[in-house]
Design a protein around this ligand. Sequence first.
Ligand SMILES: CC(=O)SCCNC(=O)CCNC(=O)[C@H](O)C(C)(C)COP(=O)(O)OP(=O)(O)OC[C@H]1O[C@@H](n2cnc3c(N)ncnc32)[C@H](O)[C@@H]1OP(=O)(O)O
Ligand SMILES: CCCC(=O)O
Length: 444
Amino acid sequence: MKVNPGGKTPRHISAAEAAALVKSGDWLDYGVITGQPDVFDAALAARRDELEGVKIRNCLSLRPRAVLEADPEGKHFLWFSWHFSGYDRKKHDAGISHYIPVNLGEIPDYYRRFNPPVDVAIIKARPMDENGWFNFGGANLWHRAVIECARTVIIETNPAIPHCEGEMNGVHASEVDFIVEGDGQPPTELPNSPIGDVDRAVGRRIANEIEDGACLQIGIGGMPNAVCALLLDSSVKDLGIHTEMLTDGIGELYRAGRITGVAKRLQPGKIVYSFALGTKELYRTIDRNPDFQCLPVENTNMPHVIMQNDKVVAINNTTQIDLQGQAASESDGHRHISGTGGQLQFVRGAYASKGGKSFVCLASTYERKGQRRSRIVLNLTPGNVVTTPRSDMMYVVTEYGIANLKGKSVADRAKALIGLAHPDFREDLERQAREHGLLPRHYY
Ligand SMILES: CC(=O)SCCNC(=O)CCNC(=O)[C@H](O)C(C)(C)COP(=O)(O)OP(=O)(O)OC[C@H]1O[C@@H](n2cnc3c(N)ncnc32)[C@H](O)[C@@H]1OP(=O)(O)O
Ligand SMILES: CCCC(=O)O
C-alpha cells in the first residue's frame, strides 16, 4: 500500500470541529456500510441551518442517519447511495435519497475517472496501530479510492470493529488529516432471517449442484444465505470462497471445517471478501484471523478476476423474472429497492470460470395487499430495471425446480420458466405466452 513518506500528520479534533470543515455545496463521502461515521454524522446534522446543497455519497445505511432525520425535506443535505438498505429505501420513498446505478466492482474506477473530487471523506476505522495504520475492519470496498481522491481525510475511530486482514484494508496516518474519536458502538448486526420451507427447497436444489472444491459467492438476501445452511447438512467439502459479501452462512461453513480453499487458484486457502455483514459471531470469527482477507471491491467483483478461480458458483436472489429470463432484482417498477450490486458481475465471472455456474433464485410467489402474486411473469412490471439480462442468465431456481437457460430458445425458456412457477399461475402464464407468440401455437 502507498505510504507517503513526507505525508500528513493527523491532528485529533472534536466531531464539531470536523463538521465545521464542511461548506455548502461540498461533496462528502461517508465510509461504506459498517464504515459510515456516527458522531461526525450527528455533528454535521447539528449544522443543518448553516449549510445548503451538501452532497453525501454512501452505501447501505445500517442505522438512521442524523443528517436525513434532521432534514426530512432534503433542503440541506443530498443523499446519494451506491446500494440501498431498507432504511435508504424508505428515505427514497420519502424523496430524499437517490440511487447511483453501478456494478459494485466498478466503483473505485468511477472515483478515479468520473466522480468530482471528494471535498471531505469521513470513514470509520479502528484506532491507529503502533505502525500508524487505521484498519477498516470488515469493510474495504472503495475506501482506498475515496482516500486517493479526497482533499481532506477524516477518520472516526472505533475500537469495537474487528481488525480484518487484507491487502489495502486500511489507511496510513500519512494520508489522514484529522482523527475524531467515535462512540465505540459495536458494528451493526444483520440478524439472519429464519429459513422457511421455500428457502430450504431452493437451497437444496442449489446445494445438489455444488461439487467438492467449488468456489462460492453468496449474494445478499435471505435465500442465498439459506444455501449455506443446506451445505452444512450435505457432505460437500474443500469449498473455496471468493465473494463480495461475507455472511453468517459462510462463517458457519468455515467453523464447521467445510472451507479449505485448497482448489482455489487465486489466494488459495484464503476466504476472500470485500465486506462482512452479519452477527457478532461473524465479526468474532474474522477478527485478527488471517484465513479471511478483506479486499477492495475491484479485486473481488471484476469478472476477469472472478473467472481466475475454477468451478465458481455464484448464488444470487431476484424479485421478478420474465418468461425470456430477464431478472429484475433491484426495483419494483420505479420504486428502487436495493441495487445491481455484484449480481451481474458474479453471474458473468462464474460463467467465464472453468466449470463455473451461476444461480439466480427466487420464491415463485410473493404477497402484496393480502394477494398472492407470481414472481415469474410474461412482462416485467413497467419501470422495472433489468439486473441480469436474458443473455447472461444461466440457472434459475424456485421451490418447484431448476432450469439452465443457456442455449435455450425463447420458446424453450418460456416453457422451462412456466415449469418453475407456482402451479396456480402456470395455466395463465402459458396462455399469455401463446397469445404473445413466445410459445408457438403448434409447438409443445
Ligand atoms: C452481495 C454480493 O455478494 S454481490 C450480489 C448480490 N447482490 C444482488 O443480487 C443485488 C440484487 N439483490 C438484492 O438486492 C436482494 O437479494 C433482494 C432485494 C432481491 C432480496 O433481498 P431480501 O433482503 O431477501 O429481500 P426482502 O424480502 O427483505 O425484500 C426487500 C424489499 O423488496 C420488496 N420486494 C421483494 N420482492 C418483491 C417483488 N417480487 N415485487 C416487489 N417488491 C418486492 C419487499 O417488499 C421489500 O421492500 P420493503 O422493505 O419496503 O417491504
Ligand atoms: C452493498 C451490497 C451490494 C450487493 O448486493 O452486491
